[in-house]
Ligand binder design. Sequence first.
Ligand code: RP5
Length: 189
Amino acid sequence: MEKDNNTQSLHHSSRREGKGVGLPLVSIIMGSTSDLPVMEKACKLLDDLQVPFEVNALSAHRTPSEVEAFAQNAKSRGIKVIIAAAGMAAALPGVIAANTTLPVIGVPIKGMLDGLDAMLSIIQMPPGIPVATVGVNGAQNAAILAVEMLALSDEAIADRLWHYKDGLREKIAKANKDLAELKYDFKTN
Ligand code: RP5
């Protein structure tokens, strides 16, 4: 079942619709394509906010030298923020952070122990090598945090981010309208 989802997702991203939008500002890296169903939320958020991004798989354990080369070259390729996702003994975000001065946002992927293993692996970095860690499977928040970083120096992105956040406010305003319709004998509002 999971395999089908992965295949579908890869087909979607292999359409190469992003040709012509410029160089990627955000690089999404995941330890395996089994992380893709979660990480598609980050892809979608960046797409919705029109932020050029790339997405690739690399593994700290299975392709260690490629991870090092990627991290060391990312800044000179114009990448501003890296989002790195991994599950289990999730060394990937930390190894990337050790090889770049770019901000690295880590996404722990839920696997064993409800993702606590990955979360602790990513968050517990030694002093000097921080990884900004979001919650387990927090791909969407990782993308929002990346966009917030880009928005510091890009007014157009900041505007789109503001509209996105305004949409969240509207959602709660509507929720309160809906909740106001609930009828209970002892409900006072
Ligand atoms: C991690 O191991 C990956 O990030 C993934 O979450 C987990 C399992 O990988 P696969 O065995 O599915 O490739 O490195």
